[in-house]
Design a protein around this ligand. Structure first.
Ligand code: HXC
Length: 510
C-alpha cells in the first residue's frame, strides 16, 4: 500500500515538474511565471482541483513515443476566485513549448464542457508554440474541437483569455472568440502569420512585438482588451474583473458589500460642464463620482478613447458603463468607438448586466476615411446592440446629444428605461452654428443677423426641455444628484422583464 502511495506521489511530482528545471529557469528568465504558478496566483489559495494530470499524448511519429510528459503541456482544472467557481486551463511552455496535440486539446475541451454544463466561466492562459508539429492534422482537429466549444459557450458562460507568451497562427482564433483578451507587455504576442512569413509575402520588416505585441493589440487592432506590465499584475487584475461578472447567463452578477451611500451628493458635478460648449471635460470624473467607492474597471482603455467602456458597481451590483469622452475627438462616434461600444453592450446584455450610458456626443465623425471604412455598418452595430438589449438601461445626457448619435446612445426610442438629462443638455439635430448656416443660408453675409439667429436657435433648441416636453427625457436632473437618481433607477429595474420576438438569431450588421 505504501508503495502505491509513494508511486502516486512520485508521478505527481514528475507531472508538476513540467519540462524540468532548466526550462522552468528559462521561463523565469524571460520574466514569465510557469503554468502552475499562474494558476496559483489566479485562484484562491488551495482551491485548485486538477484534472488529467497524467494524460499523455498518443503520437508515435518522430520518436515521440520516447517523450511522453505527464499532462501533455497544459494544466487544467477548476477552483475559485473569491469563493466563486471558475474553470481554468494554463498552457505549459516548458513542456514541448506548450504545443497543442490531440490530447492537449481534449484536456481543454473537457473543462470547457464542464464549465458550460455547470455554469461557470472559463479562463484560458495561453503560452504555446501552436500546433504540435509532430502530430499534424490531429493537432488541427484538436483546435477545431476547442473552437467549436468557444462558439457554443459564447453567451452561456463568460470566457476570458490571457495571452502570456506566444499565440500564433490559427491558434489565435480561440482567444479571438472569447469575451475578453488580456495580454502581458513585452512577453506575449498574437498574430496569424509571424514576421518571417510577413517578410516573404509583403516584404515588410517587423518584429514580433511590433506585429502582435500588447501595445499593437490594445492600441491599434483592438484585438485585446487590456495590457498589463507583468504576469502578476495581469492575474491580479483578472481576479478583479472576475468579481464583476456573473457565473453564467442565468445567474446575476454578484452583489458585493458596499460602503458608499447611494444618496451621496456630489456638488462638484454641478460645475463639471464648462461654460463654453466646445470646451472638453473628463467624463471619467463623472463615472468615478457615480460609482460605489469610485471603483471602475475599464475595458479597452487604450483604444478609441472617444468612448469609455467598463464596469462599476451601484449599491454593490455590477453595472456596465458606456460613455462618450469629450476629451478625445470631442466624444464623436466613429468606426472604432462604435465597434468597441457595441461589443461591450452585447456582452452586458448576454450576461444580464444593466447598462448606464452617459452621453455627450456631437454626432458621427465626417470624412472619406470613415465612409470608405464603412461607418454606416459600424455605427449600425451600436444602434443595433442598444436596440436589441433587454437589460435595464439608464441614460444620462450631460451635454450634447446631436443627430443620429442622439438616437444611438440608448435613447428612449431604443427602449431606454430611464432617460435623464442634466439642465446643460442640448438635444437637437445639430449644433446651433451648423443649423443656422443651413436654415438661413441667404443671410450668411450678414454676421450680425446670423449671430442673432444662432442665439435664437440656442435658446429654443440647445436645451433638454423640448425632448422633456415630449417624454423622450423622463426627467431633467441636478448633476449633483446623479448617483442617487441613477442608483434608484437601477434599483427599480431589478425585476425588469423584457423579451424580443422569437428568432433563430438576429442578423447584426457585421
Ligand atoms: C512541437 C514545439 C513547437 C511546436 C515549440 N516547440 N513549438 N514542439 N510543436 N509547434 C518546442 C521546441 O522544439 C522546444 O523544444 C520547445 O518547444 C521550446 O521552443 P524554442 O523554439 O526553444 O523556444 P523559443 O526560442 O522561445 O521559440 C518559441 C517559438 C518557436 C517562437 C514558439 O518554438 C516556434 O517558432 N515554434 C514553432 C511555431 C509554429 O510554427 N507552430 C505551428 C504554427 S501553425 P525543446 O525540447 O528544445 O525544449 C499553428 C496552426 C494552428 O499553430 C492552427 C489552428 C487551426
Amino acid at each position: 500500500m505504501t508503495d502505491i502511495l509513494t508511486e502516486l506521489e512520485d508521478r505527481r511530482k514528475a507531472a508538476r515538474s513540467g519540462g524540468g528545471q532548466r526550462r522552468i529557469d528559462a521561463q523565469h528568465a524571460r520574466g514569465k511565471l510557469t503554468a502552475r504558478e499562474r494558476i496559483e496566483l489566479l485562484l484562491d489559495e488551495g482551491s485548485f482541483e486538477e484534472f488529467d494530470m497524467f494524460v499523455a499524448h498518443r503520437c508515435t511519429d518522430f520518436g515521440m513515443e520516447e517523450n511522453r510528459p505527464s499532462g501533455d503541456g497544459v494544466v487544467t482544472g477548476w477552483g475559485t476566485i473569491n469563493g466563486r467557481m471558475v474553470y481554468v486551463f494554463s498552457q505549459d511552455f516548458t513542456v514541448l513549448g506548450g504545443s497543442v496535440s490531440a490530447t492537449h486539446a481534449q484536456k481543454i475541451c473537457k473543462i470547457m464542457d464542464m464549465a458550460v454544463q455547470n455554469g461557470a466561466p472559463v479562463i484560458g492562459i495561453n503560452d504555446s508554440g501552436g500546433a504540435r508539429i509532430q502530430e499534424g492534422v490531429d493537432s488541427l482537429a484538436g483546435y477545431g474541437e476547442v473552437f467549436q466549444r468557444n462558439i457554443k459557450a459564447s453567451g452561456v458562460v463568460p470566457q476570458i483569455s490571457m495571452i502570456m507568451g506566444p499565440c500564433a497562427g490559427g491558434a489565435v482564433y480561440s482567444p479571438a472568440m472569447t469575451d475578453f483578451i488580456f495580454m502581458v507587455q513585452d512577453s506575449s504576442y498574437m498574430f496569424v502569420t509571424g514576421p518571417d512569413v510577413v517578410k516573404t509575402v509583403t516584404n515588410e520588416v517587423v518584429t514580433a512585438e511590433e506585429l502582435g505585441g500588447a501595445a499593437t493589440h490594445t492600441k491599434k487592432s483592438s484585438v485585446a482588451d487590456g495590457a498589463f506590465k507583468d504576469d502578476v499584475d495581469a492575474l491580479v487584475e483578472v481576479r478583479r474583473l472576475f468579481d464583476f461578472l456573473p457565473l453564467n447567463n442565468r445567474d446575476k452578477a454578484p452583489v458585493r458589500p458596499f460602503f458608499d451611500d447611494p444618496d451621496r451628493i456630489e456638488d462638484s458635478l454641478d460645475t463639471l460642464i464648462p461654460k463654453n460648449a466646445n470646451q472638453p471635460y473628463d467624463m471619467k470624473e463623472l463615472i468615478e463620482k457615480v460609482a460605489d467607492e469610485g471603483d471602475f474597471f475599464e475595458i479597452q482603455k487604450d483604444f478609441a478613447a472617444n468612448i469609455i467602456t467598463g464596469f462599476i458597481r451601484l449599491e454593490g451590483a455590477t453595472v456596465g458603463v458606456v460613455a462618450n469622452q469629450p476629451m478625445v475627438l470631442a466624444g464623436v462616434l466613429d468606426i472604432d468607438s462604435s465597434r468597441k461600444a457595441a461589443r461591450f453592450v452585447r456582452f452586458c446584455d448576454a450576461f444580464e448586466i444593466p447598462i448606464l450610458t452617459l452621453v455627450d456626443v456631437p454626432g458621427f465623425l465626417p470624412g472619406t476615411a470613415q465612409e470608405y471604412g464603412g461607418v454606416i455598418k459600424h455605427g449600425a452595430k451600436l444602434l443595433f446592440a442598444y436596440g436589441e438589449a433587454t437589460v435595464p438601461k439608464v441614460t444620462v445626457i450631460t451635454r450634447k446629444a446631436y443627430g443620429g448619435a442622439y438616437d444611438v446612445m440608448s435613447s428612449k426610442h431604443l427602449r431606454g428605461d430611464f432617460n435623464y438629462a442634466w439642465p446643460t443638455a442640448q438635444i437637437a439635430v445639430m449644433g446651433a452654428k451648423g443649423a443656422t448656416e443651413i436654415l438661413y443660408r441667404s443671410e450668411l453675409d450678414d454676421p450680425e443677423k446670423i449671430a442673432e439667429r444662432t442665439a435664437e436657435y440656442e435658446t429654443n433648441f440647445a436645451n433638454p426641455f423640448r425632448a422633456a416636453e415630449r417624454g423622450f427625457i423622463d426627467e431633467v436632473i441636478m448633476p449633483h444628484s446623479t448617483r442617487k437618481r441613477v442608483s434608484r433607477a437601477f434599483a427599480s429595474l431589478r425585476t425588469k422583464k423584457q423579451t424580443n420576438p422569437w428568432k433563430k438569431h438576429d442578423n447584426i450588421p457585421l
